[in-house]
Ligand binder design. Structure first.
Ligand SMILES: [Mn+2]
Length: 363
């Protein structure tokens, strides 16, 4: 059971932060349709829900199926029942607000047309990213959930080391990951697990197939789970049976890049500088062209969220942001390697939430 008063305190604090942003942006309200932003601001998952935060009131609109639960778990909201006779559009017409912020990046074209055509006298202004900006800095509750999700992911990796064997297919390996997570309390996977082996390991986001693990293959597993709404993300590449000197050399290069980033990342650094910590190691060894993605991304209610560590990343790292640290080298038609941990940024460096072995493991 969640401690109600603590939950209320947490939610109220977040709502106040949104309200501060409303004032700055001169909005009379914000219409929240993005699911993760809704969960962040009311902790109530529902497939049919709208939030409207005005300067002094919080409204949660939902249908008959969720109304009782919403009343029970969202005491800081006025709960509004919507149905075929009274829609969210009717509600918004009655509100008569001049300027409402909406989330263009997730609002469907259809919904946007309805809002602009039917809710007259209201100007709809894009405020995509407003809630996400607040979500960038994680509170204690969120960090704790992320750490627990990461711990279960460590356990999953240990489990995989004990069950992986030659002739198992990539799909079977992915299924074992999913089964372990769900059997051990995860709400679900944070994304479809990536299990790619042999020459397929050079596909950074390859989909598991019926290909069997063979001696001499690298197997890259990129996986994570959701606990209490929060995601984890981790990648390990292991060798099946044996490795060539080239495989070992490149594995160690990725590992060195990853360790360099782990030692160097800290609050105050720009996202571009952060990315370059690992990239520089790989470029200097002559493999820069084979590390074609960014070093990492934020993780929270969404598996991919801000900040983005990449050569085009924006902004600076701040305390209590989360970032993955996941350099990789992918040699087409040969093999690929990625090693990924999930870190919490602090003023003195990072706290790594992942503790699994990362020296080369040969199964
Ligand atoms: Mn990742």
């Amino acid at each position: 059971m969640k401690n109600k008063s603590e939950q209320e305190k947490r939610i109220s604090y977040r709502i106040e932060k949104v309200r501060d942003a409303l004032t700055v942006q001169q909005l009379d309200g914000i219409w929240i349709t993005k699911k993760e932003n809704q969960i962040y601001l009311c902790d109530f998952p529902s497939s049919n829900c709208f939030l409207l935060l005005t300067k002094d009131k919080n409204y949660l609109l939902t249908d008959f199926r969720y109304i009782e639960a919403a009343k029970d778990s969202c005491p800081m909201y006025e709960i509004v029942l919507i149905n075929s006779e009274y829609s969210e559009i009717d509600f918004l017409k009655e509100m008569q607000l001049s300027v409402i912020g909406c989330e263009d990046d997730t609002l469907t074209v259809n919904s946007y047309r309805k809002l602009t055509n039917e809710v007259q006298h209201t100007k709809w202004q894009d405020c995509s990213g407003l809630v996400e900006q607040i979500r960038l800095i994680k509170d204690e509750y969120e960090l704790d959930a992320i750490k627990r999700a990461a711990a279960l992911t460590d356990d999953c990796f240990s489990h995989m080391l004990s069950v992986l064997k030659p002739h198992m297919t990539e799909k079977e390996a992915a299924l074992k990951i999913e089964f372990f997570f769900k059997k051990n309390g995860a709400m679900g996977l944070s994304f479809d697990s990536i299990c790619v082996s042999g020459i397929r390991s050079s596909l950074p986001h390859g989909v598991p197939t019926d290909k069997k693990l063979e001696v001499g293959d690298f197997l890259t597993m990129d996986f994570g789970c959701i606990l209490d709404g929060y995601c984890s993300d981790m990648t390990r590449t292991v060798a099946i049976g044996s490795v060539t000197p080239e495989q070992r050399q490149i594995y160690n290069l990725v590992l060195q890049a990853q360790k360099t980033a782990i030692e160097g990342l800290k609050a105050g650094m720009s996202c571009v500088e952060g990315d370059y910590l690992a990239r520089q190691v790989i470029i200097e060894a002559g493999y820069g062209d084979y590390f074609g993605h960014g070093l990492g991304h934020g993780v929270g209610l969404e598996i991919h969220e801000a900040p983005t560590l990449s050569p085009r990343g924006k902004g600076f790292l701040k305390e209590n942001m989360t970032v993955t640290i996941e350099p990789g080298i992918y040699l087409p038609q040969k093999f690929g390697i990625r090693i990924e941990d999930l870190a919490i940024i602090t003023s003195f460096g990072i706290i790594n939430t992942v503790h699994s072995e990362k020296e080369l493991i040969i199964i």
